[in-house]
Design a binder for this molecule. Structure first.
Ligand code: CUA
Length: 335
């Protein structure tokens, strides 16, 4: 619609049209009332100007009809903005199930990306068109913000928690990527390119180049290297909760309350193990804060997710042969 308008970024995602529609609606409403009110101010200034030195204005005692009119009309207009805006917002911040997941870590001053099959990139992001893509984003250091203007998506990347951004690219091409949160000296250089490709080209790109270990495989290795597997056994409760088929479930906590096992809770349990201890377990786990990087945390989480079938995004990536299946995983020796 506005692709030829030089001051406006092109619409290259499924969400872009909706965002622009509400944006232009709000601009139009604002412009209409600004011009109307400014025009009336000038018009009335002339119409009701003082014509004689001793002229005194009429006393006005108000008008209920007028008060109601200029209260009720703006109320309905703002409610339209609110409901419409909320709908677009919820659509934008709730990724559909089955979206292709990609890990993104912001770091002064670069964007590190890892695809689920292991392929990494820096300051670039390759995605297929026509398929929802979900970015799971964390920060290694300070606040950043991942911004793709042509897709009309932007989300802060926050140290200590995960934020999610999703979009469906609609046309192949290269698009600007910016960091939209001031993050230090080279903030302005924290830019890159998002490349949207036809699905077949994307598959070719994914399989080309040197693929690193998939996050799940790397996470499994870390799980053993950090000796997580001595307490978190795979087939029975050890000193720590068994993680098989745990992702997405609710667990009871020590001292009451429940928590859903999601990315945020697993992350917290690794860096601050005493924060929310599962009922029936001792607070024995040491913290791994500072011992694992953000990328490694994402890998560990990917591994824990892979232990639950339902936590797996269907067809997120070609199943790698190292993808562990709960039934065929080697049983860790019991104490
Ligand atoms: Cu990262 Cu600004």
């Amino acid at each position: 619609m506005f692709t030829n308008f030089p001051f406006f970024p092109q619409q290259a995602s499924a969400q872009a049209g909706q965002v622009d529609a509400i944006y232009f609606f709000m601009v139009a409403v604002t412009a209409f009332f600004s011009i109307l009110i400014a025009g009336l101010v000038v018009y009335f200034a002339f119409k009701y100007r003082r014509r004689h030195r001793d002229e005194i204005g009429h006393a006005i005692h108000g008008s209920l009809a007028l008060e109601l009119l200029w209260t009720v009309i703006p109320f309905f207009i703002t409610m339209v903005m609110f409901v419409w805006g909320a709908k677009v917002f919820f659509d934008m911040y709730r990724p559909p199930a089955g979206a292709m997941e990609i890990h993104v870590v912001g770091k002064q001053w670069m964007w590190k990306v890892q695809h689920m099959d292991g392929r990494r990139e820096i300051n670039e992001l390759h995605v297929p068109v026509g398929r929802p893509v979900k970015l799971i984003m964390g920060s290694e250091d300070v606040l950043h913000s991942y911004y793709i203007p042509d897709f009309r998506v932007k989300a802060d990347v926050i140290p200590g928690r995960y934020n999610v951004l999703w979009f469906t690219a609609t046309r192949p091409g290269n698009y600007h990527l910016f960091c939209a949160e001031y993050c230090g000296t080279k903030h302005s250089g924290m830019i890159g390119t998002v490349t949207a490709m036809e699905p077949a080209d994307f598959q070719a790109w994914l399989s080309g180049g040197r693929a690193d270990e998939s996050p799940v495989a790397a996470g499994e290795k870390l799980f053993a290297d950090l000796t997580c597997n001595t307490c978190h056994l795979t087939d029975t409760q050890g000193r720590g909760p068994m993680l098989t088929n745990l992702f997405g479930k609710q667990v009871e906590l020590q001292g009451g309350g429940t928590v859903t096992v999601d990315e945020a809770y697993i992350r917290e349990s690794i860096v601050l193990p005493q924060a929310k201890v599962v009922a029936g377990f001792q607070p024995l786990m040491p913290t791994f804060q500072g011992l694992v990087t953000e990328e490694q945390l994402l890998q560990l989480i990917a591994y824990v997710r892979s232990l639950s079938q339902q936590g797996e995004a269907p067809g997120a990536a070609p199943q790698s042969p190292t993808m562990p299946q709960s039934s065929s995983r080697p049983v860790v020796e019991k104490k």
